[in-house]
Design a protein around this ligand. Structure first.
Ligand code: SF4
Length: 382
């Protein structure tokens, strides 16, 4: 998440609030954080103020550098902690906002970019408050983790809160699917009757042992059962496959397996690996230059797409992909993690290419090079 480091004054615990640059009338300030330079006195009623200089006041405020003020937008939701860290939990200008239901997980994926914690305080009340502060016009919200289903039925409270406060928003629920092997749990999700929810489930192989080795748990058949239960209740399902040294060789077989066993899925996405967290720790076992799995990726993508299954490629660089499958690439990297190389500046596809993870600056394909000739086959989906 995007973060700005400031200097806190009178902030002893955390403050969760919505950013206002315009200011609010006195009756509507308690959840707002005023962002304003050169204030003389702190206006009363705000949850906190973010400014650029020290003020003689006992109110809660935080100083940030002048050059940081353009990072704030009206309606962003931030958490300010007692160290003065301003963490952006919702950004109005981002298409990749998500609620972190929990940092716990029942898998230990070998390439997990965000290693789970073993214990934590329940975040549900915090998240319910967070959702209540998010823009009512939001079009898309993710629910992620950790593994969101580990909070049990509280997950449905989050979904209902989104229905209440962001009635137009679609939800992408990122889950390993294991919990949905319990049919009654899948039914409860269906009973939420959300108008636009997709459950995105990772699957890494058509062979149970390989999948289990990657996720660090014997759960392949539970995930499979979970997918069938979600399908029984007509819930929309996406499948996700992170491509690395342990998955790339069987991509065509996995695609075939998906086609024959899960023809009901709405989308299959192939993801280039983010080299942070466990992926970085286990890099020697996982890293393969994305260029070197192009043949397997192409076969898998075309196999699914030619059979009518919506197929996407996430986190890939257009110049590394074969032309035949560039049209499946989506600009999918969250804004705060997204980056480009200096050579991208002269690339004709700079505006259509999703770039690469900031954390992949050290480990990226050596075949990244600017595309200097226009080619109609190059379009990125979003
Ligand atoms: S050179 Fe950069 S912008 Fe161009 S396609 Fe490659 S990664 Fe994308």
């Amino acid at each position: 998440m995007k973060q700005i480091d400031g200097i806190p004054f009178n902030i002893n615990t955390y403050i969760l609030g919505r950013i206002t640059l315009r200011g609010k009338n006195i009756f509507n300030r308690k959840d707002e954080i005023l962002v304003k330079t050169d204030v003389k006195n702190i206006s009363s009623g705000y949850a906190a103020t973010i400014t650029n200089h020290k003020i003689n006041s006992e109110s809660k405020y935080c100083i940030v550098d002048d050059n940081k003020f353009n990072e704030f937008n009206e309606g962003d939701v931030v958490l300010i902690n007692n160290k003065g860290e301003i963490i952006f939990l919702y950004e109005t200008k981002s298409l990749h906002n998500a609620i972190f239901a929990t940092e716990r997980c029942n898998h230990r994926c070998i390439m997990c970019p965000q290693p789970p914690v073993v214990q934590e305080e329940d975040k549900t009340q915090f998240n319910l408050k967070l959702i209540s502060l998010i823009d009512k016009q939001a079009q898309e919200l993710g629910i992620t983790g950790g593994e969101p289903t580990l909070i049990g039925d509280k997950l449905f409270e989050l979904i209902k809160q989104i229905q209440k406060y962001q009635p137009k928003a679609g939800i992408s629920l990122l889950s390993n699917g294991v919990k949905f092997a319990d049919k009654s749990y899948a039914m409860k999700l269906a009973m939420c009757k959300h108008h636009d929810i997709q459950i995105d489930v990772p699957i890494f192989s058509d062979i149970a042992e390989i999948h289990n080795r990657i996720v660090g748990a014997n759960t392949f058949y539970k995930t499979v059962q979970g997918l069938y239960n979600l399908a029984i209740f007509h819930l929309r399902i996406g499948l996700r496959i992170v491509v690395h040294k342990l998955t790339y060789q069987r991509l065509p077989q996995l695609a075939d397996y998906i086609y024959h066993n899960f023809p009901f899925v709405s989308q299959v996405a192939f993801l280039q690996m983010e080299t942070t967290g466990y992926a970085n720790t286990n890099l020697d076992n996982l890293w393969i230059d994305p260029y070197d799995y192009n043949e397997e990726l192409k076969q898998a993508v075309l196999l699914l797409s030619n059979r009518g299954i919506c197929t996407r490629i996430y986190n890939a660089q257009l110049c590394v992909l074969p032309i035949e499958i560039r049209e499946y690439a989506v600009c999918s990297i969250s804004d705060w993690k997204d980056s480009y190389l200096p050579e991208c500046n002269e690339c004709l596809l700079r505006n259509q290419c999703g770039g690469l993870f900031e954390s992949n600056q050290k480990h990226h394909s050596k075949y990244i090079k600017p595309i200097l000739e226009d080619n109609k086959a190059n379009a990125c989906v979003e």
